[in-house]
Design a protein around this ligand. Sequence first.
Ligand code: 5GP
Length: 350
Amino acid sequence: MHIEESVKLDFKDVLIRPKRSTLMSRSGVDIRREFVFHHSGRHYHGIPVIAANMDTTGTIEMALALGAQGLSVALHKHYPEDELIAFFQSLQHGKLKASTAFYSMGIGKADYEKFAAVMARAGDAIEYVCIDVANGYSEVFVHFVKKIRASFPQLTIMAGNVVTGDMTEELILAGADIVKVGIGPGSVCTTRKMTGIGYPQLSAVIECADAAHGLGGQICADGGCSVPGDLAKAFGGGADFIMLGGMLAGHDECAGDIVERDGKKFKRFYGMSSRTAMEKYAGGVAQYRASEGKEVLVEYRGPVTDTLQDILGGVRSACTYVGAHKLKELTKRTTFIRVTQQLNEVFGKS
Ligand code: 5GP
């Protein structure tokens, strides 16, 4: 047994110190980023925010809405092959960029076979893939990333999830361009409760970004953002991309019907390891495992565009407070202050 004594931080533990700035207005802030990916060599230019590959948020409808503004969606893996192919091919001829959508997969045999079939039929339409497992520390996962990289050198591969620098390096060396970071911070995740495993998300981002950047790779901070300021903190801590689930839930573009309770409208949102998801896709919770996600009702929020404006407006404003003309400059202009209080809640929590 070992105890790590250094302080590890969550978004709630810090604020960003304002700095003298020559920026006149948040409209002068460019929140797009450009990257040339380490392995694929492909060029990316967009707003580096990605809707999570959950079957509620990682939808084609979400991709159309987010893609129109330069953001991305990791499409959930439960779409039928033909629908995925038709959508990715539509990106080749339409106005949306290839970075609009990531193809997502797990590392099971069925995942690989479906992916191989899709690539055989529409390989030139797919540029971005997300290889996603709950526990990115397993050897089979690293082997799987190596196998995909060897077979498809042209793909930009995002892989995860991990929370430490050593494993970030290992995944980049195995072929990942972007390492997805986060174990346990998600809004509908119960991993920490069920297993005791996890890592404070802001420190995970800071440490993994440092490791990835040293090798020319990128990271995606996945999970735990609950307000726009958390995105500013994740970018400030070094995140190149941010993945959002809960903050994008409850919108028209999310899968699922509107549910009414006491005259109010809601949409269901649940973890992909929740009982709900396992019953939907795996015929129930297998006897050897426990659910590591929960289901919630999120108040219905209409079209996602208004929420996006809030989120991106918050990030732009954070940049003006520290004098960052571009999102790229935010990290070097960020000084985190440790705090014991975030908000004044005298009038409630919202
Ligand atoms: P959020 O933005 O809602 O805080 O976090 C979204 C992330 O939570 C997803 O991208 C994914 O990494 C994680 N997640 C989604 N479903 C589950 C689940 O059932 N269990 C766990 N442990 N994590 C989940």
